[in-house]
Design a protein around this ligand. Structure first.
Ligand code: EPU
Length: 416
């Protein structure tokens, strides 16, 4: 198993470029299964999660061609199975995104409870309720769900919980359903809007994506299309936090500042000077003060940036409260951060208080998931001494060749 060896405390400077968004690429790959004509997706991050989902699509009968680095053509004119490979599906949560296209195209889908995460329970009740509302029958036998629906029909559905992949799945299902669907309490994340823009460019009739109310008028067929993956806001945010936490001036290029309002506001409040341009943000750290953050659905503070921000709080003066509202297991990673020297008190699984500034010390750590892995990496770059980060597969799931890109801005990091 590969690991990173990091010697922390090195001066970082220069420009780092943001790749395409993992969670945008994943949902567009899934949406390409709604269409029998070719779909071309560019600016795809070459990471474990995108590779695994493409592998799964090939297993389902989709033809995947790599046109060039970061650009793929998917043709799904001959889907051959409605069973989502249980072994892969149990490892990738995003496999749930394939359920809607398979249901629409084949009238049936069979899959295990999607796994691959240690951040919380992550139920799928909203997906199942949504499909049932659209006329599907749902069975659960021998740890496999089976959903059957000859043709889905338009409905009105209110999400009990705001879910990004749930919203995306019902949008995909409704696109080719009979009649009109109105979805309420939808996720407003940029990836949902990006999906709707892509599907509309292929002939779908979706309005309101990016707001809590989405209306979809079903069409009979979609044409092939092209999509350029939007910049990864989590990656951009992680780099901004890295600059601030390590007290270095770094320019983050190819990002979309408009997707990062909440982080920009928290960083400014913490004393970070930001020069925001069209697709670029320059981070000029000053003396850091603690702030409180509360994770929230978009446009609130992203749960995917909670771990990096916790590291920033260890380097800030005062006391900062972190309230993780989305996932019940997503603060557990801070136990190891404490062992690196952070002063953290956990009130309950959703709330911690971080007192700073504290000096962090290098350690051997195990990356439990993508975002906590990035948190440890930032902590290791802040820390004095050498850290070993094990299980970097988790970091590779979300960040393309991260060690090479960090080395270019001065980090002392190697993969072994
Ligand atoms: N939820 C339900 N029922 C459902 C679905 C979700 O109660 O049927 C709840 C969950 O328990 C959780 C909340 O809704 O409290 C949102 O969780 P969900 O599992 O739906 O999130 P997701 O849509 O699967 C996406 C991203 C995540 C990101 C979350 C929150 C993708 C592929 N994944 O997940 O990204 O953390 O939204 O913004 O888009 C990551 O990139 O590391 C990652 C985990």
């Amino acid at each position: 198993m590969q690991k990173f060896i990091v010697n922390g405390g090195k001066k970082l400077k220069g420009v780092i470029e943001v790749k395409g968004a993992k969670n945008d690429a994943l949902v567009i790959f899934a949406a390409s299964l709604l269409i029998s004509k070719p779909v071309i997706v560019s600016n795809v991050p070459e990471i474990e999660d995108t590779k695994r989902l493409l592998e799964l699509i090939e297993k389902m009968g989709g033809k995947v061609e790599r046109i060039k680095y970061g650009e793929y053509k998917i043709k799904a004119n001959n889907l051959k199975t409605y069973l989502i490979d249980p072994e892969i599906a149990k490892r990738i949560r995003a496999s749930i995104l394939l359920t809607a296209p398979l249901l629409v195209r084949l009238g049936k889908v069979k899959f295990p409870h999607p796994g691959g995460c240690v951040i919380g329970e992550r139920p799928i009740d909203q997906f199942l309720d949504g499909y049932k509302n659209m006329g599907a029958r749902v069975y659960n036998k021998r740890s496999l769900y089976e959903i059957i629906a000859p043709r889905l029909k338009g409905t009105e559905f209110v999400f009990n919980n705001i879910t990004v992949t749930g919203t995306e799945s019902l949008v995909m299902a409704a696109t080719l359903a009979k009649g009109r669907t109105v979805l309420k309490n939808c996720a407003c994340e940029p990836e949902v809007k990006s999906l709707a823009d892509f599907l509309n460019s292929c002939g779908a009739k979706i309005t309101g994506a990016g707001t809590p109310y989405i209306t979809i008028v079903g069409v009979d067929k979609l044409r092939g299309g092209v999509h350029r993956t939007i910049p990864d806001r989590v990656e951009a945010g992680s780099f901004m936090i890295l600059a601030a936490a390590t007290n270095n001036k770094i320019v983050i290029k190819n990002c979309e500042p408009g997707h990062l309002d909440s982080l920009l506001s928290s960083l400014k409040k913490a004393g970070v000077n930001l020069k925001v341009k069209k697709n670029c943000i320059e981070v000029i750290p000053l003396r850091l003060n603690s702030v409180n953050i509360k994770t929230h659905e978009y446009p609130g503070f992203p749960t995917d940036l909670q771990a990096p921000f916790c590291v920033l709080l260890t380097q800030s003066k005062g006391s900062g409260l972190v309230h993780e509202t989305i996932y019940e297991g997503r603060l557990m990673w801070t136990e190891e951060l404490k062992r690196m020297g952070a002063n953290i008190h956990m009130y309950d699984p959703h709330r911690i208080e971080i007192k700073g500034p504290t000096k962090l010390r290098g350690r051997e750590i195990e990356s439990p998931d993508i975002r906590a892995g990035m948190g440890y990496l930032i902590a290791a770059l802040c820390a004095k001494g050498r850290s070993t980060i094990n299980n970097v597969y988790q970091i590779d799931r979300g960040y393309e060749k991260i060690e090479e890109r960090l080395r270019k801005i001065g980090a002392d990091i190697k993969r072994i």
